[in-house]
Design a protein around this ligand. Structure first.
Ligand code: NGO
Length: 512
């Protein structure tokens, strides 16, 4: 008897556990895929595994190289990338693009058998999203930059996956504190791993102007020269901005630039005396209170300024959107605010871009194609926008502001919208959260990180992880059977990945 028990623990239990881990339907994936069907086979990576590209898209080569570079360091394998005409090779990872309209822009199929692993999509973005799933199917060690020994296997079966919302974003405020191009690139990589497709950059505010505008050079020379707390600030040259946009594009992420107006404009008002009613430049501002600044809504110089800014930004932004802020214009009269937003929406349109604004813009006569971003505790503005036929980006501060503290002991962040622990961050449904804002009114969801208290990349990571994977799931997955308890079990297993990726994450007692 005793012998049998020993036999069970020494030989059989580990075998059962391996089988369980090797079951595709039990794989810990975030965001949860649309449909998973497990099969008994296992695909094993070896030094002979090749990456085969099938399809017409010129982007396939880039995707193949991306995958090869992703898999190489930890496995030590070469992963040669080759073109293919058939699906006959074995020990092969296939990236296949073919007409499959039901998969849309970002959907993909992942079919794993003993002989090969096939990621098939309608568009290159779908392949990229599928690669992120493959990453999570492999042992966490795959994220290591140095060679590791691990069981480089993925369980067999089929994953059919596509996103619920077409807009799934994260915002980074680079105005309150400035972050380098490399930091932004890391942020992009971190959000890409969870299939997000939007990076919203908050490029100007009272405390700093962060993007070069060639026709108004003092914006960065003066307005970019400091930040909250009085540090040296900084800005992106247009060349650097283009580099960020390109880096994001390769990860199928659209960059949305935000130039906040008519409030939150002290940095601009400090850069040019002529933007002020008394022709005197304002002092630079390094505090954190808001709502005191405004552009002059009745002066032509203001609109010439905005036209130049939007023209230059539109020219270096391939994505369809420009965000004009519009929040908390407490120093602008309501009538003036309306006139201002009405005019600005025409300027954005003139440069062939779709305007996004914080939902405060619903006070103006906004056109249907404009998009409003819901953020306040009270949803009145967002509902007003919906009633004007405008689509909404869901960013309710009470759930999704990543600058909100996790709890009262949290060393970073604010708490004006409450504490947002990891369970509260996950356990809501964007389509039912606000009465009067339904699924059809919603373009998608976005998680903003404001940086009044955030100084460096470590701080960013601490506030973003582990909340962001949950937001990514709210945007990507079908939430019919949403359960915090079930999600928590999956999230738990990501600690090892975070550690290997050297992410300074918050070890929430709600999870670990
Ligand atoms: C508000 C405000 C920002 C702050 C942020 C802090 C919006 C849209 N405007 O959100 O200026 O930085 O809260 O949480």
């Amino acid at each position: 008897m005793k012998k049998n028990v020993t036999l069970f623990f020494v030989f059989l239990l580990p075998a059962f556990l391996t089988i369980a881990q090797n079951n595709l339907s039990k794989a810990n994936l975030i965001p949860r895929p649309f449909k998973v069907t497990a099969e008994e086979s296992v695909f094993r990576f070896t030094d002979k595994t090749g990456i085969y590209l099938k399809g017409e898209s010129p982007e396939l080569k880039q995707l193949g190289t991306y995958l090869s570079k992703l898999l190489k360091p930890a496995t030590g394998f070469t992963f040669k990338v080759k073109k293919a005409n058939s699906l006959d090779a074995v020990n092969a990872i296939y990236l296949v693009i073919k007409d499959k309209e039901e998969l849309g822009e970002e959907g993909y199929h992942l079919k794993i058998s003993k002989e090969k692993l096939v990621i098939c999509a309608n568009k290159p973005a779908g392949i990229f999203r599928g690669i992120q799933t493959l990453r999570q199917l492999l042992p966490a060690e795959i994220e290591s930059k140095k060679q590791e020994t691990a069981n480089w296997e993925v369980p067999g079966g089929v994953i059919e996956d596509k996103p619920e919302y077409i807009y799934r974003g994260a915002m980074l405020d680079v105005s309150r504190h400035f972050f380098s191009v490399d930091d932004v690139k890391r942020y992009i990589d971190l959000i890409a791993a969870y299939k997000m497709n939007i990076l919203h950059l908050h490029l100007s505010d009272d405390q700093g102007w962060r993007i070069e505008i060639k026709s108004w050079p003092n914006l960065t020379k003066i307005g970019g020269s400091t930040q909250v707390g009085g540090g040296k600030g900084g800005f992106y040259t247009q060349k650097q901005y283009k580099e960020i946009v390109k880096y994001a594009q390769k990860r199928y992420i659209t960059v949305i630039p935000e130039l906040d107006m008519p409030g939150h404009t002290n940095a601009a008002l400090a850069s040019y005396p002529e933007l002020n009613p008394d022709n005197k430049a304002k002092k630079l501002y390094t505090g954190t209170k808001v709502g005191f600044s405004t552009l002059m809504t009745d002066k032509e110089i203001t609109y010439r300024f905005i036209d130049d800014v939007i023209r230059e930004i539109a020219a270096i932004t391939p994505g369809p959107y420009i965000h004009i802020g519009g929040d908390e214009s407490h120093s602008t009269d309501k009538e003036d605010y309306i006139v201002f937003i009405n005019r600005v929406q025409k300027i954005v349109k003139k440069y062939n871009k779709t305007m996004i604004g914080w939902a405060d813009i619903a006070a103006a006569d906004i056109e249907k194609e404009v998009i409003a971003q819901f953020w306040q505790q009270i949803p009145d503005n967002a509902i007003k926008a919906v009633n004007k036929g405008v689509k909404i980006i869901m960013s309710p501060a009470t759930r999704i502001y990543m600058d909100m503290q996790y709890d009262s002991l949290c060393p970073l962040g604010l708490h004006w919208a409450g504490y947002v622990e990891v369970d509260k961050a996950y356990d809501w449904n964007p389509a039912t959260y606000v009465q009067g804002i339904g699924r059809t009114n919603i373009l998608g969801i976005e998680a903003p990180l404001w940086t009044e208290t955030i100084l460096n990349m470590d701080d960013i990571e601490f506030m973003v992880f582990p909340r962001l994977p949950g937001y990514a799931e709210l945007g990507w997955s079908n939430l019919d059977n949403q359960s915090w308890e079930e999600y928590r079990e999956r999230l738990k297993t990501f600690a090892k990945r975070f550690e290997i990726m050297e992410i300074n994450y918050y070890k929430s007692p709600k999870v670990w």
